[in-house]
Ligand binder design. Sequence first.
Ligand code: FEO
Length: 168
Amino acid sequence: MLKSKIEKALNKQIELEASSSQYYLAMASWTEAQGLTGTSEFLYQHSDEEREHMLKLVKFINERGGISVIPGLSKPPTTFNSLASVFESLLEHELNVTDSINNVVDLCLSEKDYTTHNFMQWYVSEQLEEEALARTILDKLKMIGNDKGGLYMFDRDLSLLANQKPSQ
Ligand code: FEO
């Protein structure tokens, strides 16, 4: 049976994963409207992955006899200043998610809930990958600057990345 402190922390994480999914969906839609098809493909996929992260938590809580709370969502932005600002926000958002996951892991240890601790390790590794990927993308965008040819290649690369990544 889940301790209520843990259940609360996991439900908070559900909310964060759901809001990540919604936020990245807004980014995907905006980039699609800018004609950046490959980038939007990548972001649509990323949004779907965040929903999967949320679902995994919902199912875990239910499996452990707790009650999952499906959150209402706040409206994400509809426009972004630039492509770089999209990925800067994405990295910033992922850093917050990592902090939150680390807090859940800490709580699991202090509450001696080793089952949830074990379950959360998947999220710890996933965050490492997601942060690294966001940093690589931002480095590429810095390199490109205002070069239109570079942007074309960047968009194509993100489409390749979206099609390579196994869905989770
Ligand atoms: Fe599921 Fe990118 O946090």
